[in-house]
Design a protein around this ligand. Structure first.
Ligand SMILES: C[S@@+](CC[C@H](N)C(=O)[O-])C[C@H]1O[C@@H](n2cnc3c(N)ncnc32)[C@H](O)[C@@H]1O
Length: 257
């Protein structure tokens, strides 16, 4: 079991109501007042995750560690569209991201995909993210710091039209409005045999991107979209949820030769 540390983001889980409250201990300090009473947050430091804490009114919460999906969906401050977990997981596999890899991405946006890459490249790996807008860099840096990945992610304030500094990178991911303008820059930065991933929300963008990809030595070109249907987890009445997210993004993948 691991212990709660000073700057952790934690979950206070209300088992009776099946509700999660996410708290960043680096930001929220002292007495936390909630509808069921108050908790002195300092008293949580050093406690084992999984412990039960009570408000002064004896209302119980289980303290749990946050995971990346909780963070992205509930805590990350979004100033841009983000890559959703269902797409992020497939992107990781298609780009063959491994511990120790160097991954280049653009733009950083809100830092959601940067955190996903950072978790998988691990402590020995690097994520280098190029972003043109300063206000997004500031917000993404704050999100990345809250998730504890500040030491693995470098953000460069740059228009990628000017190219990437790095060469022979293990994989490269573009989540920008006009990715077809930067295929040459991406091709030049990638290692032979490595993968380029691109995310776009509309089919028009796919067409433009494919035309440009065909001008370079790429193989294994794939265009895909993932639909995720969630079920109501009720034994004896197991059925899909009534509502479903219809569209997040299209993904394009290609391997440099
Ligand atoms: C949709 S957001 C990226 C979201 C990000 N993948 C995430 O999961 O949070 C697109 C970002 O690309 C940046 N961008 C667009 N064109 C760019 C360029 N030419 N060079 C660098 N960044 C660019 C935008 O400013 C924006 O922050």
């Amino acid at each position: 079991m691991s212990k709660i540390k000073e700057n952790d983001t934690i979950i206070l889980y209300d088992k009776a109501k099946e509700k999660k409250r996410l708290i960043n201990l680096a930001v929220t300090k002292g007495r936390l007042s909630i509808e069921t009473g108050y908790i002195e947050l300092n008293s949580l430091i050093g406690m084992e995750y999984g412990s039960i804490v009570k408000t002064q009114m004896e209302y119980e919460y289980i303290v749990l560690p946050i995971n990346l999906v909780d963070f992205i969906m509930k805590k990350l401050n979004r100033l841009t569209q983000i890559v959703y977990p269902k797409d992020a997981a497939y992107i990781l596999l298609k780009l063959d991201v491994k511990p120790g890899d160097t991954v280049i991405e653009s733009g950083v946006g809100s830092g959601a995909m940067s955190c996903v890459f950072a978790q998988y490249v691990g402590k020995e790996g690097r994520v280098i993210s190029y972003e043109i807008r300063e206000e997004f860099i500031k917000n993404a840096t704050s999100n990345i710091t809250k998730m504890g990945f500040g030491d693995r992610i470098t953000i460069k304030h740059r228009d990628i039209a000017l190219g990437f500094d790095e060469k022979d990178v293990d994989s490269l991911f573009l989540d920008v409005r006009e990715p077809w303008l930067y295929i040459k820059q991406a091709y030049d930065a990638l290692k032979i045999g490595s993968m380029l991933g691109i995310l776009v929300p509309t089919t028009n963008q796919i067409e433009e991107t494919l035309k440009e990809l065909n001008l370079f030595s790429f193989i294994d070109i794939e265009v895909s979209e993932l639909l995720l249907r969630k079920y109501k987890p009720v034994p004896g009445r197991l059925r899909p949820q009534d509502r479903m997210g219809a569209h997040t993004a299209f993904m394009i993948f290609a391997r440099k030769i």
